[in-house]
Design a protein. Structure first.
Length: 368
């Protein structure tokens, strides 16, 4: 039985406490432990036959927005904290853009992000077992076979996609539309990669609108995908997320811009605990790598590696204009030695805001 049919038949699940009112410019999408979409008003699961209407009523990007930012939190984050964390990141971005406008000349024409915060139950004991339990839950929720999260996020991304206007010729920009940026932390990055992979599959309707026969710059694609300290094996893009890799003729990735991953050797959660649980360090500790090359695909040496730059140092386009970009943030993401997860959540810095703004900047086309 599919998640859609299960949800359609379910009318007895207990209600969850309604979500708190959200600040202007933010909207939340709530998932339960099975990855089912919950109503923000009642806390009850949304029936499958009402899903499209619910998304239409709740997720209408305002006219004032120039960019859509979808944020998915990671481990040990409650509903209220998820919104606070997104606000914190957006505040850093606004402060950085205001004080260093010269670094983002293309954003002078306008940068007004509308943020969708995806919330899911990610709390557990601060232990190896707790980490593994949330890891397994994230995987179960974000697989297209049994979990509902990729269906929800796939429809969410597809819905936002439909509001982006017509593609401008030869660029990633959409005429009279929006730029779409995906930002995740920890297991939230797994969610996003699973969702985009599922949404791009032809058998699921291709809700992102990409075409296997057309270059992604001429169709709607995700303009950038950034994951801070991703909780996934270093080689996850060899198999689990292989659809996000450019491949043979006839296959293009639904992410038109770069896939960017920060990592820090001080991240204990994706270092020691991930190593113990999965026999391989996580991306958040050691960066991602490609150990195999599909026919016509991206070779391992095409993964670009660089350092997180200081907030006053511009990112050249060539440093971010790659399919995969590893950002070594060890000098900045350090946290405390007493913190059991180390630097896993230590990404709220001006330098992180600078990275996101630089990606938004380079998503814009060059001026004639």
């Amino acid at each position: 039985m599919t998640p859609f049919s299960r949800l359609h038949r379910d009318s007895t699940r207990p209600a969850r406490r309604p979500a708190l009112p959200q600040p202007a410019g933010f909207v939340t999408v709530d998932l339960d432990t099975d990855g089912w979409l919950l109503s923000s008003e009642t806390g009850r699961p949304i029936r499958a036959d009402r899903l499209k209407r619910h998304l239409t009523e709740r997720l209408t990007p305002p006219q004032w927005s120039t960019d859509i930012l979808v944020y998915v939190h990671g481990w040990q984050t409650g509903p209220a904290a998820a919104v606070r964390n997104a606000q914190r990141l957006l505040s850093l971005m606004e402060r950085q853009r205001t004080t260093r406008r010269e670094l983002y000349p293309r954003l002078r024409e306008g940068f007004a992000p509308w943020t969708v915060v995806v919330r899911w139950p990610s709390s557990s004991m601060l232990s190896k077992g707790g980490y593994e339990r949330i890891r397994d839950r994230a995987h179960a929720m974000s697989t297209g076979k049994d979990g509902y999260a990729p269906h929800i996020l796939g429809h969410l991304l597809g819905y936002l996609h439909t509001w982006r206007g017509d593609p401008a010729r030869g660029t990633l920009r959409t005429r009279d539309g929006k730029y779409l940026h995906l930002v995740g932390h920890s297991f939230g990055g797994r969610f996003l990669c699973e969702a985009v992979t599922w949404a791009a599959e032809a058998e699921h309707g291709g809700v992102l609108g990409w075409s296997a026969k057309t270059h992604p710059s001429l169709f709607f694609t995700v303009d950038s995908l950034t994951v801070f300290q991703m909780a996934a094996p270093r080689t996850a893009f060899d198999a689990t997320f292989h659809r996000l890799r450019p491949g043979p003729a006839g296959h293009t990735s639904p992410v038109g811009g770069p896939l960017v991953f920060t990592h820090s050797r001080h991240d204990r959660a994706t270092g020691l605990w991930h190593l113990l649980g999965e026999k391989l360090p996580g991306i958040g500790h050691s960066g991602m790598r490609l150990s195999a090359t599909p026919p016509g695909g991206v070779a391992p040496h095409d993964v670009w590696s660089t350092r997180l730059l200081r907030a006053d140092t511009p990112y050249p386009r060539r440093s971010l204009d790659h399919t995969f970009v590893n950002i070594d943030a060890s000098w900045r993401y350090r946290s405390s030695r007493l913190n059991p997860v180390g630097a896993h959540s230590d990404y709220y810095h001006p330098e992180s805001a600078h990275l996101l703004l630089s990606l938004a900047e380079h998503s814009r086309p060059d001026h004639d």
